[in-house]
Ligand binder design. Structure first.
Ligand SMILES: Cc1cc2nc3c(=O)[nH]c(=O)nc-3n(C[C@H](O)[C@H](O)[C@H](O)COP(=O)(O)OP(=O)(O)OC[C@H]3O[C@@H](n4cnc5c(N)ncnc54)[C@H](O)[C@@H]3O)c2cc1C
Length: 604
């Protein structure tokens, strides 16, 4: 059997984005030894790409904001299938987590009187996103990393975990490989925190980086943890669509927050044509009022471009399907028009949206201060993930915790922009704290050598099949095309049943893929191992989407286009059955306490 290095930590954190770093800081603050593993270099996690900001009811720009409004906005955005306790904790604790980040050195943009500046974002009633231009994630990662590194955390960079190891049903270790040299590593631990991010690479058009292959979801699923709400995938309304090489790259909602408008090829602001009833009272009914809102007029209501992402995406799809799209199959997003309102508009845009300015200039030769962008929906985020306890973040498997995008609950059927970065801080902290408590109370557990041997045999199997077998990329591309076409923004039963058949075929192909060469610097090998994760999350999304016979949030079915009260009473669960097949079940949502019900009523 191949050799491997061993490492031992009280708490092992898998993933070094915002959630993983915040968990590592908290666990190590309790004096335990903490290992932090990540697939890429430290500092390169997906969180670094976050642009628009962190949602927290600091009330710096509008003093009407409070945790109650944030809570009600999050529940409304999630269409009330959120874990209400998580939404409550998140809204209450996010301001402290942001101030803490500031105390650790984060340089936020400022109000005139020196407080953290907050901007408008979709679905948030008041300006709520603390930000650093449109590079907020970079500042967040830099700050957490600087702070964490001084706490004595052991970092294992460019190492991919492929299996969790269990002892009597409890997680006691993890098995992985170094991406550079291909050497195996076994980590022994008393508690593990998954913070591996999302699943966007299961789709062809995505804003997500190569790291988002659903690893944490699958690691948890494989050891018996439950996944929840996997049907709720967020398709962000504004990704780049041209040129083809940059298709899917995100265009931040901050563009619309700063006054950018969506238009079809007839020059019409089509978002005014369809305003959902539950947002009507909060939405501007004319362009003038919408503009005033973006400029901070407290008496104005938000423009319809700032409705929730699920709704804006569907309106864009409608325009494109009905022949009113832009030349390359999207719609127009225009921020340049504000020159009619602001004397120094070009400078203002470059200051507020520096990354967007450079992104379009360099990648598409478009000057966004002078001309509109072409945009269309892109797979962005998954609301579903590992089912966790709201207070502790422990999954349904003892010793296994999850936080950030790979955990489910806070967002329900749709996430509001900005709520992810605050989720990472609030629940990353909680996961680290409770993983450390769990670790203190436990013995070390025993690593089962058979599990390690089986994992290394599985990991090396693509080499046994060799370069003459089908390569992993063909299977990966076929999966991405299929998910995009059959389980995308608009779904129906017939197409999803075809997707299940296709998944069965792709699973067989994945078991036969082979790679050449050796274990050093071999991305083909990495892609072959990732296929298992992509297939598990794709099946979980498809089966959960079939189970939910209604439309809600990010999940839209043209055979059940309406929301049904019955489906608002449960979350969808998937789990590995004893025969290895995926089981789908419904978990009733516990009744909400009266005081939270009252908050929602008050904020209607
Ligand atoms: C372009 C873009 C802009 C965004 N803007 C915003 C915004 O303005 N505000 C907001 O709230 N949200 C935003 N989001 C969403 C938000 O950035 C993410 O949801 C969030 O950063 C996820 O953080 P995380 O800590 O859960 O995971 P990540 O930051 O993705 O970190 C995952 C970590 O897990 C590691 N990992 C994964 N698999 C393995 C494995 N098998 N073994 C070892 N390590 C592994 C990775 O290497 C990485 O270190 C944006 C997303 C995108 C794509």
């Amino acid at each position: 059997m191949p050799e491997y290095q061993t490492h031992q930590h009280d708490v092992l954190i898998i993933g070094a984005g915002g959630a993983g770093l915040r968990a590592a800081i908290e666990a190590s603050a309790s004096g335990l030894s903490v290992g932090l593993v990540c697939k890429s270099l430290l500092g390169k996690a997906h969180t670094v790409m976050a642009e628009g900001g962190i949602a927290a009811a600091l009330a710096n720009v509008d003093d009407r904001d409070s945790w109650k409004v944030h809570f009600a906005d999050t529940m409304r955005g999630g269409q009330y299938v959120n874990n209400w306790r998580m939404a409550e904790l998140h809204a209450k604790e996010a301001p402290d987590r942001v101030r803490e980040l500031e105390a650790w050195g984060a340089m936020f943009d400022r109000t005139q009187d020196g407080r953290i500046l907050q901007r408008n974002f979709g679905g948030h009633r008041y300006p709520r996103l603390a930000h650093v231009g449109d590079r907020t994630g970079l500042e967040m990662i830099r700050t957490l990393q600087d702070h964490g590194i001084h706490q004595g955390i052991d970092v294992h960079m460019e190492c991919t975990i492929v299996r969790l190891l269990t002892d009597g049903g409890r997680v006691v270790g993890a098995f992985g490989y170094e991406r550079e040299r291909g050497r195996f590593k076994v980590f022994r631990t008393r508690a593990a925190v998954l913070a591996t991010g999302g699943v966007g690479r299961a789709y062809k058009i995505t804003s997500n980086s190569w790291e988002y292959t659903g690893d944490g979801h699958t690691l948890a699923y494989d050891v018996g943890a439950e996944l929840m709400d996997m049907e709720f995938v967020q398709f962000h309304p504004t990704g780049m669509i041209w040129p083809p090489s940059v298709r899917g790259i995100l265009v931040t909602e901050g563009v619309r927050g700063e006054g950018g408008v969506l238009k079809n090829n007839q020059g019409r602001r089509f978002m005014f044509d369809d305003i959902p009833d539950n947002y009507r009272s909060q939405t501007a009914d004319n362009e003038e009022e919408g503009w005033r809102y973006t400029q901070g007029d407290k008496a104005a209501r938000r423009p319809p471009e700032l409705l929730t992402r699920d709704h804006v995406s569907r309106c864009i799809v409608r325009e494109i399907r009905e022949g009113r799209g832009s030349p390359h199959g999207g719609v127009f997003l225009d921020i340049s028009w504000i020159k009619a309102r602001l004397p120094n508009a070009a400078e203002h845009i470059k200051k507020k949206l520096p990354s967007m300015y450079h992104q379009f200039k360099q990648l598409a030769d478009i000057d966004i201060t002078r001309e509109p962008m072409e945009v269309g929906p892109t797979t962005h985020y998954i609301m579903g993930g590992v089912r966790v306890d709201a207070d502790t973040q422990m999954s349904t498997v003892p010793g296994l915790f999850a936080a950030g995008e790979c955990a489910a609950g806070i967002n329900g059927a749709n996430r509001l922009g900005g709520n992810s970065l605050s989720d990472l801080l609030v629940f990353g902290k909680r996961a680290g704290e409770h993983a450390a408590k769990f670790a203190r109370d436990q013995g070390a557990g025993t690593i089962d050598q058979r599990q390690v041997d089986e994992a290394s045999k599985w990991a090396l199997a693509p080499f046994d099949r060799g370069a003459t077998a089908e390569g992993p990329y063909q299977v990966q591309y076929a999966l991405q095309d299929m998910m995009q076409d059959l389980v995308g923004i608009v779904r129906n039963q017939g197409e999803m049943l075809r997707a299940l058949e296709a998944l069965a075929g792709l699973k067989e192909r994945a078991q036969r893929v082979g790679v050449g060469g050796h274990r050093e610097y071999n991305p083909g090998w990495h892609a072959a191992l990732d296929l298992h994760n992509l297939l598990v999350v794709s099946e979980a999304i498809t089966r959960s989407a079939i189970e939910r016979r209604e439309s809600r949030g990010g999940h839209f079915r043209d055979d059940y286009p309406d929301k049904h009260a019955e489906f608002g009473t449960f979350n969808t669960i998937v789990k590995k059955g004893s025969d290895g097949a995926m089981i789908v079940a419904r978990a009733p949502i516990p009744p909400m306490p009266d005081e939270l019900k009252k908050v929602i009523e008050e904020m209607k």
